[in-house]
Design a protein around this ligand. Sequence first.
Ligand code: 3PG
Length: 310
Amino acid sequence: MTKVLIATDKPFAPVAVKGIRQVVEDAGMELALLEKYTGKDQLLDAVKDADALIIRSDIIDAEVFDAARQLKIVVRAGAGYDNVDLRAATAHGVCVMNTPGQNANAVAELVFGLLVYGLRGFFSGASGAELKGKKLGILAYGNVGRNVARIARGFGMEIYAFDPYAPAQLMESDNVQAVASVEELFSTCRIVSLHIPATAETKNSINHALLSLMPPGAIVVNTARKEVVDEASLAGIFDKRPDFKYLTDVKPDIAAELAARYPDRYFATPKKTGAQTAEANINAGIAAARQIVDFLCNGNTQFKVNNGDV
Ligand code: 3PG
């Protein structure tokens, strides 16, 4: 029997697993579950006889592909697939997909949770500030960026975005002002929310030069990937600008140092939590299961991300 394995270090909500099971079993396939695994050996063992894999931020590298002799498809239930070695997947003839947009609202809502918390002095009781009327810069206008803009409109913010890959028309129709460069975004907006994927091009791209451009009372929210922010620059800007705040659910490697030195300006959630809602788990998990069934039964490769260019 065809075996679909959910391998999630950070488990889905039980209701999402139930939904995934339904889709898989309705298609005459078997579902196996590996959650909260404590070592890579458990993952390597579990993938041995899996035909399909549903993952989240789990690292799927060449060693995992070597162990997974029967594997035909990996679906990352989520947007970013920087945790999957696409080259190794392609070399092993495995199709890799993501589920774009399925957890976007959850991540966008967290942005505003972090922002209200940050602007109100981490709920210290000191007089804080409001979002209304503030300039918000959205870096990358994909599914999450668009949801951030939708919610920001409700707060009465002035919204700007930079995304060389998104049509300016899309931003205009959302009442978002498209700016011409990332420098313009950072120099215009007091608040910048990052929604870029971690790629060779974007890693460490948020650097000292950009952060220095931000207006007084600058806040950067990072619910994307820690790797897109250059950590030496981050430490440097905290040191140089007493007005700078950084709010994130993707802890930098220097988290302990920042938390100790700047407890009133740096905040990170204890765990990565942007997509961790029942709704996002259901949406992304069930989409992943449906994509697997459609691929194995009908050869549908609509959401394939390793298209021979890796
Ligand atoms: C994504 O890329 O979809 C988000 O970062 C969510 O990641 P997670 O599944 O590890 O919560």
